[in-house]
Design a protein around this ligand. Sequence first.
Ligand code: ADP
Ligand code: MG
Length: 240
Amino acid sequence: MITLKNVSKWYGHFQVLTDCSTEVKKGEVVVVCGPSGSGKSTLIKTVNGLEPIQQGEIEVNGTLLTNKKTNLAQLRAKVGMVFQHFELFPHLSILENLTLAQVKVLKRNKDAAREKGQKLLARVGLSTHANKYPGQLSGGQQQRVAIARALCMDPVAMLFDEPTSALDPEMINEVLDVMVELANEGMTMMVVTHEMGFARKVANRVIFMDEGKIVEDTPKDAFFNNPKSDRAKDFLAKIL
Ligand code: ADP
Ligand code: MG
């Protein structure tokens, strides 16, 4: 579903990604972890074309992102992205947040979009909040809305960038539970997170990044039981 081949990227003279290669198969869940500043957010943003790359190739669902003819807006509509800060539109109701892109980008009619929005709100346990505004919801609820909004687009894959790290501790699990459910339903996912409980539960593989490089890309159990690099060992010792 997602293939990165020898991806390198620079911000000006600063090389942020060096020769990153990996593959996420349909239905796989890959957790990306590593120290702050190691390039995790940048890597995940390259996958839906939010950050251009200077070297290498990225293919998502059979579409080559690095091809100039690729319509990035269309691709982005099919790859859901959930950020640390929920980035809901504050002046729109929850339901309007869920229908806007369906109507504008997918050209769904309003009724179909509302129906889909309600269905996905129910799925994240927020049916009764459709007419509220984002500011009236807790952080955990807003993040569940952000996930529902991405799912409204019928994505082929979902990208998460530290979706729980801005949340109060008591709200983390309500968001992780939605993500675990999604993983168990077979969604293809790339998840930047330090929630190793989540990784242990649903990840197929763990990618460990350091200084812009993919240092480890291993099945979950191998990563936790027997990390190869000293850097991953140090990292795990600090967060577990
Ligand atoms: P992580 O998500 O692992 O913390 P990032 O991908 O956010 O890492 O950042 C990797 C490195 O790139 C950091 O050194 C960061 O300062 C730098 N960086 C991130 N975004 C930009 C940008 N827009 N311009 C210049 N440097 C950036
Ligand atoms: Mg980051």
